[in-house]
Design a binder for this molecule. Structure first.
Ligand code: MFK
Ligand code: FAD
Length: 502
C-alpha cells in the first residue's frame, strides 16, 4: 500500500457546469439575448474558475491594513490593500459588472444577465461584490437624482465606466454606533460652507470598501428635526491627496471580522468632510432606499452564487472521496443531503433572477403596477430568505467535507464565514421582515404577487406528475392570502410578531 492522499475538491468551470443557471436563462431570456449573452457568460465563467479565483485566494491571504501614521509621525490614515484586490477592481470594470446595468445591451433583460454574471463572479471575488453592489446602488440613486448637476453626472459616469483607470466604486455609510437598523438616531451633522457645499461632522461605525473614490451618506442639516425625517442624503467625494490621505476624515481602525477578510471595513470620523446634498432636505432615508434596494438584490444574488459554489465543491468532493468501500455520492444518505442543498441553491437562483427581471423592467419603464409592487415586495423577501439559506447551505457544505471543512488551509471555512454576513448587512432578517410588512401595508404589494403566482399555477400544463406539487403550492397560496388578511386585521404588535413566520 502506498500512502493515501485525498484529492482536493475542484471548482471546475462555473458556467459550463451550472445546468441550473443555463436552464433558468433559457426560460427567462429572449432567444436573441440568450444567443449573445451566452458567450459572455461562458467567458466570465472560465475566468471565475481560473484567474479570478486565483486573485480571490491571493486577496484573501493578504488582508487590508490601516496605516495611521507615516514614518515621521504624521497622521496619514492610509488603507493598504493587496495587488490582488486592486486587480479584482480592474477586472470588475473590464467585465462591466456594474456598467452592464446602465449600458443595457440587452434592454430590460440586462439586469437578468448582470445577476447571472454575478452568480459566477461573486464566489471568485473575495467579496469584491460588496464594493460593486454599493457602486451599482449609488449609480442607480444618482441616475435618478443627478439631474443636470455636473459633479453628480461625472460621478455617475465613473461608477458605470468599463475603463479600469476611470472606474470608481462607492461606499454607503449609514451605520453609526447608535444603530444600523434604526438609522433615525444618526448624529452626523451637515454645516454650510462658504463654497455653497456642506461639511460633514460625525462618526460612522461600519464603512466597507473604505478605499472607494466616493460614498453616499446620511446627515442632519442645521435645524433639522430629530428622527429619520430629519436626515438628508449626501454625496461625498473621497479624493486622496498625494500621500493617500483623505482630507477631513480620520480613520480609527479597520474591523476585525469573522469573514469578508479581503474587504476593508473601517470606523471613521468625518471632521469637516466636503459633501454635496442630493435630493431635498429630510428626504435622506427615502432617497437612500433606492440605493439599498439595489444592494439587497445584489446580496440575494451573492447568496445564490455562494450556495452554488458550496454545492459544487461538496458534489465534486463526493465523487472523489471514498468511505465504507464506495464514493460518498453513492451513499444514499449523503446523496440526499447533497440533493437538499442543490434544491436550496436552485430555488434561490430562480428567486434572484425573477427579482432581477422585475428590476430591469422597472428601470426601463416597462413594469406594470403589479410588477412594480412585486419588485417592492420581493426585494426584501429575496434578501432575507437567501441570506438565511446561504448560511444553512454553507454550514451543510462544511459538514459534507467532514473534518476538512473545518480546517483553514482547505479554504472551505470561508464559505461559511462569508455567508454569515449576508444575513446581517443591508438589513438583518427581522428588519427586512418588517420592510415586507411596510411594503404590504403602504403599497399593497402582496395582492399583485399572489395573483401572479395563481396565474402561473393555472398556466402550467396539465400533468399527472405535476398535479401533487400544484395542489401543495395552490394550498400554500390560499393560506398566505388568509394569513395576510388576518394580519391586516390584527393589532400592530401581533403583526410585528408574526412578520418573521409570514
Ligand atoms: C455581497 C453583496 C452585498 C452588498 C454589500 C453591502 C455592504 C454593506 C453595506 C451596509 O450594510 S450599508 C447599511 C445598510 N443599512 C440598512 O440596510 C438599514 C436597515 N434598516 C432599515 O432598512 C430600516 O427599515 C430603515 C432605516 C429604512 C427604517 O427607517 P425609518 O425612517 O424608521 O422608516 P420609515 O419611516 O418606515 O421609512 C422612511 C421612508 O423610507 C419612507 O418613505 P416616505 O418618507 O416617503 O414615507 C419609507 O417608505 C421609505 N422606505 C423605507 N424602506 C424602504 C423605503 N422605500 C423603498 N424601499 C424600502 N425598502
Ligand atoms: P442593531 O440594529 O443593533 O440590531 C441588533 C439586533 O436587533 C438584530 O438582530 C436586529 O435584527 C434586531 N432588531 C433591530 N431592530 C429591530 C426591530 N425593529 N424589530 C426586530 N428586531 C430588530 N453599514 C454601513 O452603513 N456601511 C457599510 O459599509 C457597512 N459594512 C458592513 C460590513 C460588515 C462586514 C458588517 C458586519 C456590517 C456592515 N455594516 C455597514 C453595518 C450593518 O449594516 C449593520 O450592522 C446592520 O444594519 C445592523 O445594525 P446594527 O449592527 O446596529 O445592529
Amino acid at each position: 500500500h502506498g500512502a493515501f492522499f485525498q484529492d482536493a475538491p475542484r471548482v471546475g468551470d462555473p458556467w459550463a457546469d451550472d445546468a441550473a443557471l443555463q436552464a433558468a436563462l433559457r426560460r427567462l431570456l429572449p432567444a436573441d439575448v440568450l444567443a449573445t449573452a451566452t458567450p459572455e457568460l461562458a467567458r466570465l465563467g472560465a475566468r471565475a474558475g481560473g484567474d479570478l479565483l486565483a486573485l480571490a485566494d491571493a486577496a484573501e491571504a493578504a488582508p487590508p491594513r490601516h496605516v495611521p501614521y507615516d514614518a515621521w509621525g504624521r497622521r496619514v490614515d492610509r488603507i493598504e490593500v493587496s495587488d490582488a484586490w486592486r486587480a479584482l477592481d480592474r477586472a470588475s470594470a473590464e467585465e462591466g459588472m456594474v456598467a452592464v446595468a446602465y449600458e443595457r445591451p440587452w434592454g430590460a433583460a440586462s439586469r437578468v444577465v448582470q445577476m447571472a454574471m454575478l452568480h459566477l463572479f461573486h464566489p471568485s471575488s473575495a467579496i469584491y461584490s460588496c464594493p460593486l453592489a454599493m457602486t451599482d446602488g449609488a449609480a442607480r440613486c444618482l441616475s435618478l437624482m443627478a439631474g443636470d448637476d455636473a459633479v453628480l453626472r461625472d460621478a455617475l459616469a465613473h461608477l458605470t465606466s468599463r475603463d479600469p483607470a476611470a472606474f470608481w466604486t462607492s461606499g454607503q455609510w449609514m451605520t453609526e454606533r447608535t444603530g444600523g437598523s434604526d438609522v433615525s438616531m444618526t448624529g452626523t451633522r451637515a454645516e454650510p460652507a462658504d463654497d455653497g457645499a456642506w461639511r460633514l461632522h460625525g462618526t460612522k461605525w461600519f464603512t466597507s470598501a473604505t478605499t472607494s473614490q466616493m460614498t453616499m451618506t446620511l446627515a442632519r442639516l442645521p435645524g433639522a428635526p430629530d428622527g429619520s425625517r430629519g436626515l438628508s442624503l449626501f454625496f461625498v467625494p473621497l479624493a486622496r491627496d498625494a500621500e493617500g490621505r483623505l482630507p477631513g476624515l480620520v480613520v480609527h481602525r479597520l474591523k476585525e471580522k469573522l469573514g469578508t477578510h479581503a474587504l476593508p471595513t473601517a470606523e471613521l470620523t468625518l471632521d469637516g468632510t466636503p459633501a454635496r446634498l442630493v435630493g431635498g432636505a429630510g428626504e435622506g432615508v427615502r432617497r437612500i432606499a433606492t440605493l439599498f434596494n439595489v444592494t439587497r438584490v445584489w446580496n440575494a444574488a451573492c447568496a445564490a452564487g455562494g450556495m452554488r459554489r458550496a454545492v459544487t465543491l461538496a458534489r465534486d468532493y463526493a465523487s472523489r472521496r471514498v468511505a465504507f468501500g464506495k464514493l460518498l455520492r453513492d451513499h444514499p444518505l449523503h446523496a440526499e443531503t447533497l440533493a437538499a442543498m442543490e434544491v436550496e441553491a436552485r430555488g434561490a437562483l430562480q428567486l434572484v433572477l425573477h427579482v432581477a427581471a422585475l428590476l430591469g423592467r422597472e428601470e426601463c419603464g416597462l413594469a406594470s403596477d403589479g410588477e412594480r409592487a412585486a419588485l417592492r415586495l420581493l426585494t426584501p423577501v429575496a434578501k432575507l430568505f437567501t441570506g438565511k439559506q446561504a448560511v444553512a447551505v454553507a454550514s451543510e457544505a462544511l459538514e459534507a467535507f467532514g473534518g476538512a471543512g473545518y480546517v483553514e488551509d482547505t479554504g472551505l471555512p470561508r464559505l461559511l464565514r462569508d455567508a454569515q454576513v449576508l444575513a446581517i448587512w443591508e438589513g438583518t432578517t427581522n428588519v427586512l421582515a418588517l420592510d415586507v410588512l411596510r411594503a404590504i401595508e403602504r403599497e399593497d404589494a402582496l395582492a399583485p404577487h399572489l395573483a401572479d403566482l395563481q396565474e402561473r399555477l393555472r398556466a402550467l400544463p396539465a400533468s399527472d406528475a405535476l398535479a401533487p406539487s400544484v395542489a401543495v403550492v395552490g394550498a400554500a397560496l390560499g393560506q398566505l392570502g388568509a394569513h395576510a388578511a388576518a394580519l391586516a386585521a390584527a393589532p400592530r404588535a401581533d403583526v410585528e410578531a408574526g412578520a418573521r413566520s409570514f
